[in-house]
Design a protein around this ligand. Structure first.
Ligand SMILES: [Zn+2]
Length: 287
C-alpha cells in the first residue's frame, strides 16, 4: 500500500497523524461514531491530483480498512446505532460505512469484501441514474434494480441521494421537495424496504443557514430520519441527525491516517471547511 500514497507532503495527513491524534490519545478523548464516506471501490487510478479530493478506493485498500475495523473492535452498523446506544458514552465502538452514487463497483468489489468481514453498509442512490437496463453516472456504470434487490436481501441498506443528483440549494422549495420525495418512493417501491436516510449531493452548504433550515424541514416532511453530509467529523446521539458529519475515505488512507480519522483526529478540518465556506459567502455578498 505504501506506493499508493503520494510522496508529496500532505499537511492534512501530517497534522492529523502527528499533532492532533497524539494529543487526543494523551488526553484520552473519545470522539464518537464515525460515518465513513466512500464512493468508488475500483482499480481505476484516481482522477484527482490532490489526495484530499480523491473519491476512489482500491479494493485492496478497502479490504485493509475492513480488516482494521475488525481488529480494532469496531462494529459496522446502520445509522440507527446513533439512537440506540450513543456509542461514545457506552463504550461500544460503532462505525457506519456509507457509499454515495450507487456505482456498480459496489456490487462487484465492495460487497464481497463486506460480506467476508460480516459488515453491513448503506448505499445512497441517485434514482434518476438507477435503472434496468443500466445507466451511467460520471462515466461510470451504476447499479441496476436486480443487483439492488439482491444486495437489499443480503443486509445492505439503501438511502436516497436525490433523484437528479443536482445542487439542491439552487432549486425552488417545491423542486427540492420533489427530489427528496420521489427518490424515496422509487427506492421503497423497488426494494420493498422503508427508506429513512438521505445523503446530500455535493458539498453541504452549512454556512447558508436559511437553506439549511428549509432543507431540514423538507427532510422531515418527506419522512427521513437521518441525513448525511460532506461535513467532516464524528457524531454522537447529541448530533443533528439530519445534517450528520462523515469521514471521507479513499485509497490515500494508509493505516496511520485511517486510525487518526476514526478517532476524531481529522475533525479539525471541519473548522477550516466552515471558515472557507463562510468567507466564500461573504465575498459573494460583496460583489
Ligand atoms: Zn454524489
Amino acid at each position: 500500500m505504501k506506493n499508493l500514497i503520494l510522496n508529496g507532503f500532505r499537511p492534512d495527513r501530517f497534522i492529523s497523524c502527528h499533532v492532533v491524534h497524539p494529543v487526543l490519545k494523551m488526553l484520552n478523548v473519545s470522539g464518537g461514531v464515525p460515518i465513513l464516506m466512500y464512493h468508488n471501490i475500483s482499480w481505476e487510478r484516481g482522477g484527482h491530483p490532490i489526495p484530499y479530493f480523491e473519491t476512489n478506493t482500491f479494493p485492496s485498500v478497502f479490504e485493509e480498512h475492513m480488516r482494521f475495523l475488525a481488529a480494532e473492535g469496531y462494529k459496522p452498523a446502520g445509522l440507527e446505532c446513533l439512537i440506540a446506544t450513543g456509542a461514545e458514552k457506552t463504550g461500544s465502538k460503532h462505525v457506519v460505512i456509507t457509499f454515495d452514487d450507487g456505482y456498480l463497483d459496489f456490487y462487484r468489489n465492495a460487497f464481497p469484501i463486506l460480506r467476508r468481514h460480516g459488515a453491513t453498509a448503506t448505499v445512497f442512490l441517485p434514482t434518476g441514474y438507477i435503472s434496468t437496463p443500466r445507466k451511467m453516472f460520471k462515466q461510470r456504470p451504476c447499479l441496476n434494480w436486480n443487483e439492488i434487490r439482491e444486495l437489499s436481501q443480503n443486509g445492505i441498506s439503501f438511502g436516497s441521494h436525490s433523484q437528479s443528483h443536482g445542487e439542491l440549494r439552487n432549486l425552488c422549495p417545491k423542486g427540492m421537495e420533489d427530489e427528496l420525495r420521489i427518490s424515496k418512493e422509487i427506492i421503497e417501491n423497488m426494494t420493498g424496504m422503508p427508506v429513512h436516510s438521505f445523503s446530500y449531493p455535493y458539498a453541504f452548504p452549512q454556512a447558508q443557514k436559511d437553506f439549511v433550515r428549509l432543507y431540514r424541514a423538507a427532510l422531515i416532511d418527506a419522512g427521513y430520519k437521518f441525513g448525511v453530509t460532506t461535513r467532516i467529523g464524528l457524531n454522537s446521539r447529541d448530533s443533528d441527525f439530519l445534517t450528520l458529519k462523515r469521514i471521507p475515505a479513499s485509497s490515500h488512507d494508509d493505516p496511520l491516517l485511517f486510525a487518526a480519522k476514526l478517532e476524531g483526529a481529522y475533525d479539525w478540518l471541519h473548522s477550516l471547511q466552515t471558515l472557507f465556506k463562510k468567507s466564500r459567502e461573504l465575498s459573494a455578498m460583496e460583489f
